[in-house]
Design a protein around this ligand. Structure first.
Ligand code: 5GP
Length: 212
């Protein structure tokens, strides 16, 4: 148990090549943990069927994205598959100060930028590996969200994304989604208990020793 209300929030990054189960893991994690919420990215990519504005992404024009960059409203941003994606700064800063955690579904480029940012100490990064490339391709095809051309692009980008695995704190192979989710939750529980995240600890221990 951590000291109630006295914790600094953490930034949990989940990266993987498309199709390695990251979105499913994020949704399941968020559904059962009220202390963590999703950072909703801005993107210049068009919405896919079923995606909801403000929930999956903030879908913006190129000009709007330029504006977000120019006014420093993004904590990080990157080009991915010919589109731009970025993390709005304000909701992250508010959550961390209020002791809430934020989940990021971003790529290795964004993770690098977050690590180098002022909030780098609040970062916990997890990389999900697929059990095999065949399995990855199968998952992308069964999703049926993208054209063959886009799937080919995503497969070639998968190798590039995977090549950054060693930059992450934790590496999980997602061959069993239930087990993988359990491992992500264990990491989160452990990281929340780190001494430097428990801001009220010095006072608590002082009172403890004083017998109060
Ligand atoms: P998709 O188009 O499939 O939703 O996302 C494509 C890739 O962009 C994924 O690897 C996803 O993690 C990454 N991505 C989504 N949002 C952001 C963001 O705000 N910043 C960065 N750097 N990558 C992002």
């Amino acid at each position: 148990m951590s000291i109630p209300g006295a914790r600094r929030g953490l930034m949990l990054v989940l990266s993987s090549p498309s199709g390695a189960g990251k979105t499913t893991m994020s949704k399941r994690l968020l559904a059962n943990d009220p202390q963590i919420s999703l950072s909703v990215s801005a993107t210049t990519r068009k919405a896919r069927p079923g995606e909801i504005e403000g929930q999956d992404y903030h879908f913006v024009s190129n000009d709007q994205f330029d504006g977000l960059v120019a006014t420093g409203q993004l904590l990080e941003w990157a080009h991915v598959f010919g589109n731009r994606y970025g993390t709005p700064r304000a909701p992250v800063e508010t959550a961390l100060t209020e002791g809430r955690d934020i989940l990021f579904d971003i790529d290795w480029q964004g993770t690098q930028q977050l690590r180098q940012s002022q909030a780098g100490g609040d970062l916990v990064s997890i990389f999900l590996l697929p059990p095999s490339l065949e399995e990855l391709e199968q998952r992308l095809k069964s999703r049926a969200a993208d054209s063959d051309e886009v799937i080919t692009q995503r497969m070639s980008r998968a190798a590039d994304e995977i090549s950054h695995w060693a930059e992450y704190d934790y590496i999980l192979v997602n061959d069993d989604p239930g087990q993988c989710l359990h491992e992500i939750r264990s990491i989160l529980t452990t990281e929340r208990l780190r001494r430097e995240r428990q801001r009220g600890l010095a006072g608590f221990v002082r009172d403890l020793l004083a017998g109060e």
